[in-house]
Design a protein around this ligand. Structure first.
Ligand code: FES
Length: 153
């Protein structure tokens, strides 16, 4: 499998790894098929700007690289700009992913959206265009069967 130099760079030297104590929003998503998990922490200021972002990913190399790139792409951006982050934009920024690894990049998009959703819930606000997280792994603890939640691409 051929990875781009950028993927290798973000995999071997991931940016913004860690957690944020008392973060404004935290999003945790998982892929039920491979079992990989990604968590993103956001610190958002009163002007809706993402001042800091950190991530923890228990997953494959592509998942680590896409989380790293996703954090770089949304750092210092507004909520609305972060909302526009898609797995495609993350993949483009990484100069592509092998086709069987495309689903890994979905986790990055979903984790950012889940963290924004958490922020909105904590603040009691509604973020226009933001949908509830599709793969909130916390729900697994309540006995739901989420096996079919995440389409594998
Ligand atoms: Fe699971 Fe990549 S194989 S996220």
């Amino acid at each position: 499998m051929q990875y781009s130099a950028k993927v290798m760079d973000h995999f071997t030297n991931p940016r913004n790894v860690g957690e944020i104590e008392g973060a404004s929003g935290v999003g945790t998503v998982g892929n039920a098929k491979c079992g990989d998990i990604m968590r993103i922490y956001l610190n958002i200021d009163d002007n809706n700007i993402i001042r800091d972002v950190k991530f923890k990913t228990f997953g494959c190399g592509a998942a680590v690289a896409t989380s790293s790139m996703a954090t770089e792409l949304i750092k210092g951006k507004s909520i609305n700009e972060a909302l526009k982050l898609t797995n495609k934009s993350v993949m483009e920024a990484l100069d592509g992913l092998p086709p069987i690894k495309v689903h890994c990049s979905l986790l990055a998009e979903e984790a950012v959206h889940a963290a924004l959703w958490d922020y909105a819930e904590k603040k009691g606000i509604k973020i226009e265009g933001l949908k509830p997280p599709v793969s909130d792994i916390d729900e697994h603890e309540h006995g739901h069967d989420h096996d079919n939640d995440i389409p594998m691409i």
